[in-house]
Design a protein around this ligand. Structure first.
Ligand code: PDD
Length: 292
C-alpha cells in the first residue's frame, strides 16, 4: 500500500522523485494533467482521460504524439508498484526543459510523470447530506485563450477560488464568468434540475469537458432524461429544485445550498440520486467493457 512515481517510464522511489528545476512544469506551470481513480484496481475511463490529456497538450502546443500509448503501460507499472486496494492516479505532462524564457516551439521534449497514491474515500456525509457551493467571480488561467477548457496544470485561480469559497462556508467554489454565467467548480462540473429537467453549462463558456459530466449525460439520456447544455446564471442555481456536481474523484455529489440559499428542500434531490445510480451502472458497464 502506498505511493509510486514513474517519470519518463522509470519507477522512482516517491521520496526521491523529483523533476529538474529547469522543467517548465515547475518554472511556469507549463504542463497538462489528468486525474482519475481506480475501481477494483482498474483506472476508470483511462482511454478517455489519456485522449483528453493528448488534446490538452495539443491545445497548449506541447508535443503530444504517442503520449497516450507511452503512458498507458507506465500507469500500469505505477499501479502495480503501489499495490493499493484503490488508487488515485495523477498523470502530468510538462513541456520539458528549454532555454530560460517563455519561448516555445523549439522541439521541446515533454516530461511524463505518473503519481499513484492510496485513494482517500469520500465521506458518506457528502452524498447523504449534500454540500454547499459558493459562487466566486473567477477568471481561470486559460480563459479567453485558444486553449480555454484544456486541463492545464496551473490551478492557481482554482486554488484561490476554493479558498474564497471555503472562507464563506462553501465546500466547493462555483466559478462565475465575466457575463455572470455559471462555469464550473474548482475541480468539478455543475448540473441543475428544475421541473425534472436537467441543465449544465455548455463547453463553449470555457470549462473542462468533464468525463464524469459526459458519462452522467449519457446515463441520463439512456434513462430518458434529457440534459440541456445552456447558459445558466446564479438565479437558476438559487431557484433550482436540485443541483449536483460531478468529478472523477467524487462521482455525483448533491448540492443543497448555494451562497447560503437552500436549494429545493435542502436535501439531496430525487433526480440527483437517480442520476447518481445511473452513473454507477454506466461506470460499471464501461469498466467491464475496458476489461474486455
Ligand atoms: N478534475 N472541472 C475542473 C476544473 C476539474 O478540475 C475537474 C476534475 C472537473 C471534473 O472533470 P472529470 O469528471 O473529468 O474528473 C471539472 C480532477 C478530478 C481534479 O482536478 O482533481
Amino acid at each position: 500500500m502506498g505511493a509510486s512515481v514513474c517519470i519518463d517510464g522509470a519507477l522512482v522511489a516517491p521520496e526521491l522523485a523529483s523533476v529538474p528545476v529547469m522543467d517548465r512544469g515547475f518554472l511556469y506551470g507549463d504542463s497538462a494533467f489528468e486525474v482519475t481513480r481506480t475501481y477494483g484496481g482498474q483506472p476508470f475511463a483511462l482511454g478517455a482521460h489519456l485522449d483528453r490529456l493528448e488534446r490538452s497538450c495539443e491545445r497548449l502546443g506541447i508535443p503530444a504524439t504517442g503520449l497516450g500509448a507511452a503512458l498507458r503501460p507506465e500507469i500500469a507499472v505505477a499501479l502495480g508498484a503501489a499495490a493499493n486496494e484503490e488508487s488515485y492516479v495523477r498523470v502530468i505532462v510538462t513541456r520539458g526543459i528549454t532555454d530560460i524564457g517563455l519561448g516555445v516551439g523549439r522541439g521541446e521534449t515533454p516530461r511524463r510523470v505518473v503519481v499513484v497514491l492510496p485513494l482517500t474515500e469520500q465521506p458518506a456525509a457528502l452524498y447523504e447530506d449534500g454540500v454547499e457551493l459558493a459562487t466566486v467571480m473567477s477568471a481561470r488561467a486559460l480563459d479567453g485563450t485558444g486553449a480555454a477548457g484544456a486541463k492545464a496544470s496551473n490551478y492557481l485561480p482554482n486554488i484561490l477560488a476554493l479558498a474564497a469559497a471555503r472562507a464563506r462556508g462553501g465546500y466547493e467554489a462555483l466559478s462565475v464568468g465575466p457575463g455572470g454565467e455559471l462555469l464550473e467548480g474548482a475541480t468539478s462540473n455543475v448540473f441543475l434540475v428544475r421541473g425534472g429537467r436537467v441543465a449544465t453549462p455548455p463547453l463553449g463558456v470555457g470549462i473542462l469537458e468533464g468525463i464524469t459530466r459526459r458519462v452522467v449525460m449519457e446515463a441520463a439520456r439512456e434513462g430518458g432524461v434529457e440534459v440541456e447544455e445552456r447558459l445558466l446564471f446564479p438565479p437558476d442555481l438559487y431557484g433550482a429544485d436540485e443541483a449536483f456536481i460531478t468529478s472523477s474523484l467524487r462521482e455525483v455529489v448533491p448540492v443543497v445550498r448555494a451562497d447560503g440559499a437552500v436549494i429545493g428542500d435542502g436535501r439531496p434531490g430525487l433526480v440527483t440520486r437517480r442520476l447518481a445510480a445511473a452513473f454507477a451502472r454506466r461506470r460499471d458497464a464501461l469498466l467491464a467493457a475496458e476489461r474486455g
